[in-house]
Design a protein around this ligand. Structure first.
Ligand code: DGJ
Length: 539
């Protein structure tokens, strides 16, 4: 029965990743503008958490963490692999930490995304092995404009690239060897928060020479081919310089810091693309790069520059075509703003890191409902002392149940997400013959806390499974319905709370009295986490 449902859908899927070794390999597939991550042959959403940087460097330290992660209802752990510990001496590899992650993930029925802490980690090269760090002749560093040598391997050096690439290939060979049957590892992050610091570009000798050379044809071709769909940022820079197609970096993009950053982005992207291509050629998992976002108003060189930032999307797409996704690490408050930037041009939203805080629960309901979101993952997830009380744990409990509905109905445009706050009390959308209005729970005068100054973020995912039937899943929301047909009114036939067990809806309470205010709305009060099924009619 399952096969009969799945195959008609997959005919419309075009493989992003045509060289996947077997059909059950984790892979990204595209259905129209919608991207899905397939794991063991089925669409998969990552309800994840990223480990703090040092936790996965000790199996003993990790031991009490696994039960915590399970208690928080994670289906995926995002965990580092440290180059220095994996290749302590050149050519000698130790995969014991990787093996332990895989073994424990399996024991806990979880998947893994592995982070390659290789040449760069938050701009710096702190996880490069000692034999790399101490041989500056062989593995040179970035030089700032003032001639300061930073602890950042320069992307303009072949030795740096080759050393990193060899190690990464070994890692991918090892993962293939131990995991190609079970596919516990479902994606790889290549490097971590790449970005130039100190200057917008490196001033080492090789960098200076490259800066004076013509802009590579590969980038020019990309710009020409995608002229009508470039990001507004790159389009306006190129336009200001007359859309020139030959010349050096300053001829084409102008003599300013922005050009230096574009040059940096291109060279990081080329370096990463080479590592990624080599890794994928041995084991073809989805691969992405993550981003330290730029603080608004700061200039290139002041923030980690040249990473896969929204304004550099085109440069990264042109320079690193083997990278499947550019992913934001979201630590700034304006969640929606950053998600919007990363989903321009129908890119999927993959959040490998977000600040771990109470309001993540509401953001997760919103992200999975509103965007083509494939991953949500608070950082340093193990840092809580009370895993069972964490709002994200409660949200994941709900989201895991409705995950098959999201992945089934989202490509048809039948899933929406809402994020409510004191500044955004109410939002409406139209679905078929109904207008849905979603309000913050505190808009009800009798809601506990409605008179408080602080209104926590609340949110929900709503799925239309039939013309008159919706599932509302979330926390702190009130949903009302109007008919869009002239002269008709919408009424609630029934509201049930409940849960999904093995994909089957198990109804709990019938809520047609006080709980839905005698048929006026669906409500999930603040601090409750619930799924409710509502059936409507028109009269
Ligand atoms: C983002 C980085 O990617 C993480 O490894 C970690 O350093 C966090 N920042 C800390 O907030």
């Amino acid at each position: 029965m399952k096969r009969a449902i799945f195959f008609p859908a997959i005919i419309f899927f075009s493989l992003l990743n045509a060289s996947a070794q077997t059909s059950s390999m984790p892979q990204l597939v595209k259905r129209g503008h919608y991207t899905q991550l397939l794991v063991n042959g089925k669409p998969y959403l990552i309800f994840g958490g990223e480990l703090g940087n040092s936790s996965a460097s000790s199996n003993a330290y990790m031991r009490p963490i696994w039960p915590k992660l399970k208690e928080m209802n994670l289906n995926t752990v995002i965990a580092p692999v440290y180059w220095e510990l994996m290749e302590p001496a050149e050519g000698e590899f130790d995969f014991s930490l990787v093996d332990s992650l895989i073994e424990n993930a399996r024991l806990n029925n979880m998947k893994l995304v592995l982070l390659w802490f290789g040449s760069w980690k938050n701009s710096m090269s702190c996880y490069a092995p000692a034999w790399v760090k101490t041989n500056i002749e062989r593995c040179p560093r970035v030089l700032t404009k003032d001639g300061v040598s930073e602890e950042i391997l320069t992307p303009f050096n072949k030795n740096n690239l080759e050393a990193d690439k060899k190690a990464f290939v070994k890692l991918m060979q090892h993962i293939k060897q131990v995991d190609d049957k079970q596919n516990t590892v479902i994606a790889i992050q290549v490097e971590n928060e790449i970005g130039m610091l100190g200057s917008a570009r490196s001033y080492d000798e090789a960098a200076n020479a490259a800066f004076d050379k013509p802009v590579p044809g590969q980038l020019i071709n990309y710009l020409q081919k995608n002229k009508d769909s470039l990001t507004p940022e790159i389009d306006s820079i190129w336009k200001e310089n007359g859309f020139r197609t030959s010349g050096n970096w300053e001829n084409i993009f102008g003599k300013n810091l922005e050009t230096e950053e574009i040059f940096t982005a291109w060279n990081y992207a080329r370096y990463v693309n080479e590592i990624t291509t080599a890794g994928k050629s041995v084991y073809d998992l989805p691969m992405y790069v993550n981003t330290a976002l730029n603080r608004p108003g700061w200039k290139p060189g002041q923030y980690p520059s040249g990473g896969p930032l929204p304004h550099l999307r085109d440069i990264w797409k042109a320079g690193a075509p083997e990278i499947d996704m550019l992913a934001p690490d979201i630590y700034f408050p304006d969640f929606q703003h950053w998600c919007d930037l990363y989903t321009r041009f129908s890119d999927p939203l993959f959040i490998p890191e977000i600040r771990f805080e109470k309001e993540d629960a509401a953001k997760a309901f919103f992200a999975f409902g509103h965007y083509n979101c494939l991953s949500f993952s608070p950082f340093s997830i193990e840092s809580t002392e009370h895993p069972e009380e964490e709002p994200i744990a409660k949200a994941y409990h709900i989201l895991r149940q409705i995950s098959p509905l999201i992945t089934k109905y989202q490509p048809e445009g039948k899933v929406s997400g809402f994020l409510l706050s004191k500044d955004s009390l109410s939002q409406s959308i139209t679905v078929g013959d109904y207008q849905l209005t979603v309000k913050h729970d505190f808009t009800l005068p009798w809601s506990s806390g409605s008179r408080e100054g602080e209104w926590p973020l609340t949110g929900c995912t709503i799925i239309a499974v039939a013309s008159n039937e919706f599932y509302v899943a979330g926390t702190g929301v009130v949903v009302s319905f109007k008919s869009t047909i002239h002269g008709k009114r919408a009424g609630i036939l029934s509201v049930d709370d409940g849960s999904f067990e093995d994909g089957k809806w198990i109804a709990g309470r019938r809520m047609n009295g006080d709980q839905d205010n005698q048929g006026r709305y669906v409500r999930i009060p603040i601090n409750d986490y619930d799924i409710q099924r509502v059936k409507l009619y028109q009269y």
